[in-house]
Design a protein around this ligand. Sequence first.
Ligand code: C2E
Ligand code: SIN
Ligand code: SIN
Ligand code: FE
Length: 326
Amino acid sequence: MDERHKILVVDDEPNNLKLLQQILKDKYQLIFANNGAKALQVAVSHHPDLILLDIMMPDMSGYEVCGKLKADPALEDIPVVFVTAMGEQDDETHGFDVGAVDYIQKPVSGPIVLSRVQTHLSLVRAKDLEDLAKSSILMLGEAGHYNDTDTGEHIWRMAAYSAAIARAAGWSPHQTEMLELAAPMHDTGKIGIPDDVLKAPRKLTAEEWVIMKGHSQIGYDILSQSNNPIFLMASEVALGHHEKWDGRGYPNNLVGEEIPASARIVAIADVFDALTMRRPYKEAWPIDKAVDMIEQDSGTHFDPTLATLFFEIMPEILAIKEKWEK
Ligand code: C2E
Ligand code: SIN
Ligand code: SIN
Ligand code: FE
Protein backbone atom coordinates (compact mmCIF):
# COMPACT_ATOMS: atom_id res chain seq x y z
CA MET A 1 0.00 0.00 0.00
CA ASP A 2 1.14 3.51 -0.77
CA GLU A 3 1.64 5.18 2.61
CA ARG A 4 2.23 8.64 1.19
CA HIS A 5 -0.29 11.40 1.80
CA LYS A 6 -2.90 11.81 -0.92
CA ILE A 7 -3.39 15.24 -2.46
CA LEU A 8 -6.22 16.26 -4.76
CA VAL A 9 -5.16 18.96 -7.22
CA VAL A 10 -7.97 20.90 -8.89
CA ASP A 11 -7.42 23.29 -11.80
CA ASP A 12 -9.13 23.82 -15.17
CA GLU A 13 -5.78 24.64 -16.84
CA PRO A 14 -3.87 21.50 -17.91
CA ASN A 15 -0.56 23.39 -17.69
CA ASN A 16 -1.16 24.29 -14.07
CA LEU A 17 -2.00 20.70 -13.24
CA LYS A 18 1.19 19.57 -14.94
CA LEU A 19 3.30 22.06 -13.05
CA LEU A 20 1.88 21.06 -9.67
CA GLN A 21 2.35 17.43 -10.62
CA GLN A 22 6.05 18.06 -11.29
CA ILE A 23 6.45 19.72 -7.92
CA LEU A 24 4.55 17.18 -5.84
CA LYS A 25 4.84 13.79 -7.53
CA ASP A 26 7.96 12.55 -5.74
CA LYS A 27 6.57 13.06 -2.28
CA TYR A 28 2.83 12.56 -2.56
CA GLN A 29 0.14 10.47 -4.13
CA LEU A 30 -1.71 12.74 -6.53
CA ILE A 31 -5.24 12.81 -7.88
CA PHE A 32 -6.40 15.39 -10.39
CA ALA A 33 -9.67 17.07 -11.28
CA ASN A 34 -10.19 19.71 -13.96
CA ASN A 35 -13.50 21.08 -12.71
CA GLY A 36 -15.43 21.56 -9.49
CA ALA A 37 -17.99 18.82 -9.98
CA LYS A 38 -15.28 16.25 -10.59
CA ALA A 39 -13.32 17.53 -7.59
CA LEU A 40 -16.30 16.90 -5.31
CA GLN A 41 -16.79 13.40 -6.73
CA VAL A 42 -13.14 12.52 -6.28
CA ALA A 43 -13.09 13.95 -2.77
CA VAL A 44 -15.90 11.57 -1.84
CA SER A 45 -14.41 8.51 -3.52
CA HIS A 46 -10.73 9.04 -2.56
CA HIS A 47 -10.89 11.10 0.63
CA PRO A 48 -7.63 13.00 0.06
CA ASP A 49 -5.53 14.35 2.96
CA LEU A 50 -5.37 17.81 1.40
CA ILE A 51 -6.88 19.69 -1.55
CA LEU A 52 -5.13 22.29 -3.70
CA LEU A 53 -7.93 24.25 -5.28
CA ASP A 54 -7.95 26.76 -8.13
CA ILE A 55 -10.42 29.60 -7.59
CA MET A 56 -11.29 30.79 -11.12
CA MET A 57 -12.88 27.86 -12.91
CA PRO A 58 -15.82 27.76 -15.31
CA ASP A 59 -19.14 26.35 -14.01
CA MET A 60 -18.21 26.06 -10.37
CA SER A 61 -15.71 28.39 -8.68
CA GLY A 62 -13.20 27.20 -6.13
CA TYR A 63 -15.11 29.11 -3.46
CA GLU A 64 -18.24 27.16 -4.28
CA VAL A 65 -16.37 23.83 -4.24
CA CYS A 66 -14.85 24.69 -0.89
CA GLY A 67 -18.22 25.69 0.55
CA LYS A 68 -19.68 22.33 -0.49
CA LEU A 69 -16.76 20.40 0.97
CA LYS A 70 -17.13 22.21 4.29
CA ALA A 71 -20.86 21.51 4.35
CA ASP A 72 -20.32 17.77 4.10
CA PRO A 73 -19.50 16.19 7.50
CA ALA A 74 -17.52 13.43 5.76
CA LEU A 75 -15.30 15.94 3.94
CA GLU A 76 -15.20 19.02 6.14
CA ASP A 77 -11.96 18.03 7.86
CA ILE A 78 -9.92 17.94 4.66
CA PRO A 79 -7.76 21.07 4.57
CA VAL A 80 -8.24 23.18 1.45
CA VAL A 81 -5.47 25.45 0.12
CA PHE A 82 -6.44 27.89 -2.63
CA VAL A 83 -4.06 28.32 -5.52
CA THR A 84 -4.77 31.71 -6.94
CA ALA A 85 -3.50 34.06 -9.65
CA MET A 86 -2.33 37.56 -8.77
CA GLY A 87 -5.26 39.85 -8.16
CA GLU A 88 -7.80 37.05 -7.90
CA GLN A 89 -7.99 37.24 -4.18
CA ASP A 90 -8.75 40.95 -3.67
CA ASP A 91 -11.12 39.60 -1.16
CA GLU A 92 -8.81 37.35 0.76
CA THR A 93 -11.21 36.92 3.63
CA HIS A 94 -13.73 35.28 1.32
CA GLY A 95 -11.58 32.17 1.03
CA PHE A 96 -11.09 31.95 4.76
CA ASP A 97 -14.84 32.50 5.23
CA VAL A 98 -15.62 29.44 3.16
CA GLY A 99 -13.16 27.42 5.21
CA ALA A 100 -9.82 27.41 3.36
CA VAL A 101 -6.70 27.13 5.53
CA ASP A 102 -4.29 28.97 3.24
CA TYR A 103 -3.48 30.56 -0.12
CA ILE A 104 -0.66 29.92 -2.56
CA GLN A 105 0.04 32.55 -5.22
CA LYS A 106 0.40 31.77 -8.92
CA PRO A 107 2.78 31.55 -10.59
CA VAL A 108 3.60 28.87 -8.07
CA SER A 109 7.10 28.24 -6.81
CA GLY A 110 8.11 24.67 -6.04
CA PRO A 111 9.63 25.27 -2.60
CA ILE A 112 6.66 27.35 -1.46
CA VAL A 113 4.14 24.74 -2.58
CA LEU A 114 6.08 21.96 -0.87
CA SER A 115 6.51 23.85 2.35
CA ARG A 116 2.85 24.95 2.59
CA VAL A 117 1.59 21.47 1.78
CA GLN A 118 3.87 19.96 4.40
CA THR A 119 2.76 22.47 7.02
CA HIS A 120 -0.91 21.74 6.50
CA LEU A 121 -0.41 18.00 6.42
CA SER A 122 1.47 18.09 9.71
CA LEU A 123 -1.26 20.25 11.21
CA VAL A 124 -3.64 17.45 10.28
CA ARG A 125 -1.39 15.04 12.09
CA ALA A 126 -1.25 17.28 15.13
CA LYS A 127 -5.04 17.32 15.19
CA ASP A 128 -5.20 13.52 14.87
CA LEU A 129 -2.76 13.18 17.73
CA GLU A 130 -4.77 15.57 19.87
CA ASP A 131 -7.88 13.49 19.22
CA LEU A 132 -5.92 10.39 20.09
CA ALA A 133 -4.69 11.90 23.36
CA LYS A 134 -8.16 13.06 24.35
CA SER A 135 -9.61 9.63 23.56
CA SER A 136 -6.93 7.96 25.68
CA ILE A 137 -7.74 10.25 28.58
CA LEU A 138 -11.44 9.53 28.21
CA MET A 139 -10.76 5.78 28.15
CA LEU A 140 -8.59 5.92 31.28
CA GLY A 141 -11.30 7.95 32.96
CA GLU A 142 -13.91 5.41 31.88
CA ALA A 143 -11.71 2.55 33.07
CA GLY A 144 -11.80 4.06 36.54
CA HIS A 145 -15.56 4.19 36.49
CA TYR A 146 -16.25 1.02 34.60
CA ASN A 147 -17.89 -0.65 37.57
CA ASP A 148 -19.41 2.53 38.87
CA THR A 149 -22.84 3.77 37.92
CA ASP A 150 -21.66 7.07 36.58
CA THR A 151 -20.75 7.68 33.01
CA GLY A 152 -18.28 9.73 31.04
CA GLU A 153 -20.33 12.76 31.95
CA HIS A 154 -19.00 12.81 35.50
CA ILE A 155 -15.48 12.81 34.16
CA TRP A 156 -15.78 15.85 31.92
CA ARG A 157 -18.09 17.73 34.24
CA MET A 158 -15.73 17.48 37.17
CA ALA A 159 -12.86 18.38 34.83
CA ALA A 160 -14.74 21.53 33.85
CA TYR A 161 -15.32 22.38 37.53
CA SER A 162 -11.61 21.84 38.19
CA ALA A 163 -10.61 24.13 35.33
CA ALA A 164 -13.00 26.84 36.54
CA ILE A 165 -11.48 26.74 40.03
CA ALA A 166 -7.92 26.79 38.62
CA ARG A 167 -8.76 29.81 36.47
CA ALA A 168 -10.23 31.58 39.46
CA ALA A 169 -7.05 30.79 41.39
CA GLY A 170 -5.01 32.62 38.75
CA TRP A 171 -3.55 29.62 36.95
CA SER A 172 -2.29 30.34 33.46
CA PRO A 173 -4.48 29.20 30.54
CA HIS A 174 -1.90 26.53 29.73
CA GLN A 175 -1.80 25.10 33.27
CA THR A 176 -5.58 25.28 33.46
CA GLU A 177 -5.96 23.31 30.26
CA MET A 178 -3.50 20.73 31.53
CA LEU A 179 -5.54 20.28 34.67
CA GLU A 180 -8.73 19.97 32.64
CA LEU A 181 -7.11 17.08 30.78
CA ALA A 182 -5.52 15.54 33.89
CA ALA A 183 -8.55 15.71 36.20
CA PRO A 184 -10.71 13.14 34.33
CA MET A 185 -8.14 10.48 35.21
CA HIS A 186 -8.25 11.04 38.99
CA ASP A 187 -10.07 7.76 39.69
CA THR A 188 -8.22 5.59 37.14
CA GLY A 189 -7.05 3.46 40.08
CA LYS A 190 -10.62 2.25 40.67
CA ILE A 191 -9.90 -0.19 37.85
CA GLY A 192 -7.88 -2.13 40.44
CA ILE A 193 -10.69 -2.32 43.00
CA PRO A 194 -12.71 -5.56 43.01
CA ASP A 195 -16.31 -5.36 41.82
CA ASP A 196 -17.85 -6.47 45.07
CA VAL A 197 -16.26 -3.53 46.86
CA LEU A 198 -16.66 -0.83 44.23
CA LYS A 199 -20.23 -1.83 43.39
CA ALA A 200 -21.46 -2.45 46.96
CA PRO A 201 -24.82 -0.64 47.17
CA ARG A 202 -24.23 0.11 50.87
CA LYS A 203 -21.74 1.50 53.33
CA LEU A 204 -18.40 -0.30 53.08
CA THR A 205 -17.05 -2.47 55.88
CA ALA A 206 -13.77 -1.42 57.51
CA GLU A 207 -11.92 -4.06 55.56
CA GLU A 208 -13.48 -3.06 52.25
CA TRP A 209 -12.70 0.57 52.98
CA VAL A 210 -8.99 -0.22 53.26
CA ILE A 211 -9.17 -1.84 49.82
CA MET A 212 -11.17 1.06 48.39
CA LYS A 213 -8.65 3.62 49.58
CA GLY A 214 -6.01 1.82 47.55
CA HIS A 215 -7.39 3.43 44.38
CA SER A 216 -5.25 6.57 44.93
CA GLN A 217 -1.97 4.67 44.87
CA ILE A 218 -3.06 2.33 42.06
CA GLY A 219 -3.99 5.35 39.94
CA TYR A 220 -0.62 6.92 40.63
CA ASP A 221 1.20 3.72 39.72
CA ILE A 222 -0.62 3.49 36.39
CA LEU A 223 -0.45 7.16 35.39
CA SER A 224 3.15 7.78 36.45
CA GLN A 225 4.28 5.29 33.80
CA SER A 226 4.24 8.22 31.40
CA ASN A 227 6.60 11.20 31.38
CA ASN A 228 4.08 13.33 29.57
CA PRO A 229 3.36 16.46 31.65
CA ILE A 230 -0.41 15.91 31.53
CA PHE A 231 -0.05 12.37 32.79
CA LEU A 232 2.43 13.48 35.44
CA MET A 233 -0.14 16.00 36.64
CA ALA A 234 -2.80 13.28 36.47
CA SER A 235 -0.68 10.94 38.59
CA GLU A 236 -0.20 13.67 41.20
CA VAL A 237 -3.97 14.30 41.18
CA ALA A 238 -4.76 10.58 41.45
CA LEU A 239 -2.44 10.19 44.42
CA GLY A 240 -3.51 13.34 46.23
CA HIS A 241 -7.22 13.84 45.53
CA HIS A 242 -8.35 12.27 48.83
CA GLU A 243 -5.78 14.01 51.00
CA LYS A 244 -7.32 16.53 53.38
CA TRP A 245 -6.13 20.02 54.36
CA ASP A 246 -5.93 19.01 58.05
CA GLY A 247 -3.83 15.91 57.34
CA ARG A 248 -6.62 13.39 57.95
CA GLY A 249 -6.92 12.25 54.36
CA TYR A 250 -5.30 9.34 52.54
CA PRO A 251 -3.02 7.75 51.49
CA ASN A 252 -0.15 9.87 52.89
CA ASN A 253 -1.77 12.17 55.47
CA LEU A 254 -0.30 15.22 53.73
CA VAL A 255 -1.10 18.56 55.35
CA GLY A 256 -2.08 21.88 53.74
CA GLU A 257 0.19 22.98 50.92
CA GLU A 258 2.08 19.68 51.04
CA ILE A 259 -0.86 18.51 48.94
CA PRO A 260 -0.29 19.55 45.30
CA ALA A 261 -2.56 22.45 44.27
CA SER A 262 -3.91 20.33 41.40
CA ALA A 263 -5.12 17.67 43.85
CA ARG A 264 -6.60 20.27 46.23
CA ILE A 265 -8.63 21.69 43.37
CA VAL A 266 -9.79 18.30 42.14
CA ALA A 267 -10.80 17.35 45.69
CA ILE A 268 -13.40 20.12 45.69
CA ALA A 269 -14.61 19.39 42.16
CA ASP A 270 -14.81 15.64 42.85
CA VAL A 271 -16.72 15.87 46.10
CA PHE A 272 -19.14 18.50 44.81
CA ASP A 273 -19.86 16.33 41.80
CA ALA A 274 -20.05 13.08 43.82
CA LEU A 275 -22.53 14.67 46.24
CA THR A 276 -24.78 16.20 43.60
CA MET A 277 -25.13 13.01 41.62
CA ARG A 278 -26.60 9.63 42.44
CA ARG A 279 -24.28 6.86 43.57
CA PRO A 280 -25.20 3.17 44.00
CA TYR A 281 -24.92 3.73 47.72
CA LYS A 282 -26.68 7.10 47.96
CA GLU A 283 -29.12 9.53 46.35
CA ALA A 284 -28.06 12.86 44.81
CA TRP A 285 -27.91 15.72 47.26
CA PRO A 286 -29.56 19.09 46.59
CA ILE A 287 -26.99 21.72 45.59
CA ASP A 288 -27.51 23.83 48.74
CA LYS A 289 -26.73 20.88 50.95
CA ALA A 290 -23.58 20.06 48.96
CA VAL A 291 -22.39 23.67 49.15
CA ASP A 292 -23.09 23.74 52.90
CA MET A 293 -21.01 20.62 53.40
CA ILE A 294 -18.05 22.00 51.46
CA GLU A 295 -18.30 25.21 53.48
CA GLN A 296 -18.41 23.24 56.72
CA ASP A 297 -15.39 21.17 55.68
CA SER A 298 -13.43 24.16 54.44
CA GLY A 299 -10.19 24.28 56.42
CA THR A 300 -10.50 20.65 57.54
CA HIS A 301 -11.07 18.67 54.32
CA PHE A 302 -10.66 21.45 51.76
CA ASP A 303 -8.13 24.21 51.15
CA PRO A 304 -10.04 27.21 52.57
CA THR A 305 -8.73 29.65 49.96
CA LEU A 306 -9.78 27.41 47.09
CA ALA A 307 -13.14 26.69 48.75
CA THR A 308 -13.80 30.44 48.96
CA LEU A 309 -12.97 30.82 45.26
CA PHE A 310 -15.30 27.92 44.51
CA PHE A 311 -18.20 29.73 46.22
CA GLU A 312 -17.36 32.95 44.36
CA ILE A 313 -17.64 31.23 40.98
CA MET A 314 -20.80 29.29 41.88
CA PRO A 315 -22.78 30.79 38.95
CA GLU A 316 -20.15 29.40 36.56
CA ILE A 317 -20.18 26.04 38.36
CA LEU A 318 -23.96 25.81 38.09
CA ALA A 319 -23.81 26.74 34.41
CA ILE A 320 -21.40 23.84 33.85
CA LYS A 321 -23.67 21.49 35.78
CA GLU A 322 -26.68 22.58 33.76
CA LYS A 323 -24.83 22.18 30.48
CA TRP A 324 -24.08 18.54 31.29
CA GLU A 325 -27.62 17.78 32.41
CA LYS A 326 -29.00 18.35 28.93
P1 C2E B 1 -16.92 8.80 44.88
O1 C2E B 1 -18.28 8.18 45.01
O2 C2E B 1 -16.53 9.32 43.54
O3 C2E B 1 -16.81 9.91 45.97
C1 C2E B 1 -15.76 10.83 45.96
C2 C2E B 1 -15.71 11.58 47.25
O4 C2E B 1 -16.89 12.37 47.42
C3 C2E B 1 -15.67 10.70 48.49
O5 C2E B 1 -14.35 10.31 48.78
C4 C2E B 1 -16.20 11.64 49.56
O6 C2E B 1 -15.20 12.56 49.98
C5 C2E B 1 -17.25 12.40 48.81
N1 C2E B 1 -18.57 11.76 48.99
C6 C2E B 1 -19.21 10.99 48.11
N2 C2E B 1 -20.39 10.60 48.60
C7 C2E B 1 -20.48 11.14 49.84
C8 C2E B 1 -21.48 11.10 50.89
O7 C2E B 1 -22.54 10.49 50.74
N3 C2E B 1 -21.20 11.77 52.02
C9 C2E B 1 -20.05 12.47 52.20
N4 C2E B 1 -19.86 13.12 53.36
N5 C2E B 1 -19.10 12.53 51.25
C10 C2E B 1 -19.31 11.88 50.10
P2 C2E B 1 -14.11 9.03 49.67
O8 C2E B 1 -14.99 9.06 50.88
O9 C2E B 1 -12.65 8.96 49.91
O10 C2E B 1 -14.58 7.84 48.78
C11 C2E B 1 -13.82 7.42 47.67
C12 C2E B 1 -14.60 6.46 46.86
O11 C2E B 1 -14.89 5.30 47.66
C13 C2E B 1 -15.96 6.95 46.40
O12 C2E B 1 -15.82 7.72 45.26
C14 C2E B 1 -16.68 5.65 46.18
O13 C2E B 1 -16.32 5.06 44.94
C15 C2E B 1 -16.15 4.77 47.29
N6 C2E B 1 -17.03 4.83 48.44
C16 C2E B 1 -17.00 5.70 49.48
N7 C2E B 1 -17.94 5.41 50.37
C17 C2E B 1 -18.60 4.34 49.90
C18 C2E B 1 -19.71 3.54 50.38
O14 C2E B 1 -20.27 3.79 51.44
N8 C2E B 1 -20.11 2.50 49.61
C19 C2E B 1 -19.51 2.21 48.43
N9 C2E B 1 -19.97 1.19 47.70
N10 C2E B 1 -18.47 2.92 47.93
C20 C2E B 1 -18.03 3.96 48.67
C1 SIN C 1 0.09 28.19 37.54
O1 SIN C 1 0.04 29.19 38.28
O2 SIN C 1 -0.11 28.33 36.32
C2 SIN C 1 0.38 26.83 38.13
C3 SIN C 1 0.09 26.80 39.58
C4 SIN C 1 0.39 25.46 40.21
O3 SIN C 1 0.67 24.49 39.54
O4 SIN C 1 0.33 25.40 41.45
C1 SIN D 1 -16.75 5.80 54.19
O1 SIN D 1 -16.15 5.96 55.26
O2 SIN D 1 -17.28 4.72 53.87
C2 SIN D 1 -16.89 6.93 53.25
C3 SIN D 1 -17.13 8.21 53.96
C4 SIN D 1 -17.40 9.31 52.98
O3 SIN D 1 -18.12 9.06 51.98
O4 SIN D 1 -16.85 10.42 53.16
FE1 FE E 1 -11.30 8.94 44.23
